[in-house]
Design a protein. Structure first.
Length: 272
């Protein structure tokens, strides 16, 4: 059977079906997500809890760490504590290989922006860069309202083994789609880390499609969403690029009884 058989990731043989299928309401998914770091239990002694990380590029997955270079709009600064590696848990990496196999007949593959993330990077953007950016554009935001807006996009740094930030687990990944031959990205309607409601996964479902660009962005977000969903990944509804498997957000959105992964440091030293 071909890679679009329902026996491989449960996918349709015709990829156009994914482009025609609307993604779920991001507002509804965001509401379902609330409290996941407080409510979802992690199986700390489970079979996958201590699973090692691998750099996905050793498994044939394309990508570069967006935070480790100053050519990284909208930031244009190499984030303090960033690394060049793209580490993910072994099971998550293997699922991405499966996704690429399914996309291959389209001449399309995944491209990663970010994977495991050091806490220094999380703190820089959560505590400093993004709040400063918001204050310049939304002077009405202050106190808890500012924190709430920040945390639509940047999770708070890890708070103990029971409440890790998603990217600290090695189960969360930021990615897009590229053409395999030219390495050109598919148009998604905005840059990675464009932290506004247009970056919500359903951003082009909610607005009337008034241009060919709108049509293209909507179709490509749908293709990415349904391809990753069929492989078992959960999408962070406020970020079209963020998917995870095995972490607390995944467990909440996929109605799983517990998460597999706690914080993990593939660098082999404490990540504080």
């Amino acid at each position: 059977m071909g890679p679009w058989s329902t026996n491989v990731l449960g996918m349709s043989r015709d990829p156009s079906e994914f482009k025609l299928k609307p993604v779920p309401s991001s507002a509804e998914e965001q509401a379902r997500k609330q409290g996941y770091r407080q409510d979802v239990v992690i199986a700390l002694g489970g079979r996958l809890a201590a699973e090692r990380c691998v750099d996905v590029r050793t498994m044939g997955i394309a990508g570069d760490n967006h935070y480790n270079t100053p050519r990284n709009p909208p930031y244009f600064v190499s984030a303090p504590g960033s690394i060049p590696d793209l580490f993910l848990r072994k099971s998550v990496s293997a699922k991405l290989v499966e996704v690429n196999a399914a996309l291959a007949p389209l001449g399309i593959e995944l491209y990663l922006f970010d994977a495991w993330r050091p806490q220094a990077v999380q703190r820089f953007f959560h505590d400093q860069w993004f709040p400063d950016w918001l204050k310049q554009r939304r002077p009405d935001l202050d106190g808890q309202a500012l924190v709430d807006e920040v945390e639509k996009y940047w999770a708070a740094p890890s708070a103990g083994e029971a409440s890790p930030s998603p990217h600290s687990t090695g189960g969360a990944v930021d990615l897009t789609l590229i053409y395999s031959d030219t390495r050109q990205p598919l148009f998604m309607g905005g840059i990675f880390d464009d932290l506004t409601d247009e970056a919500w996964t359903d951003g082009f479902e909610r607005k009337p499609a008034v241009s060919m660009s709108d049509d293209e962005a909507r179709a490509n977000r749908r293709l990415l969403y349904w391809t990753m969903s069929e492989a078992g990944f959960a999408n962070n509804p406020t970020e079209w690029w963020h998917y995870s498997w095995g972490d607390q957000m995944w467990a909440r959105l996929m109605n799983e009884p517990y998460a597999h992964y706690e914080s993990y440091n593939p660098m082999g030293r404490p990540d504080i």
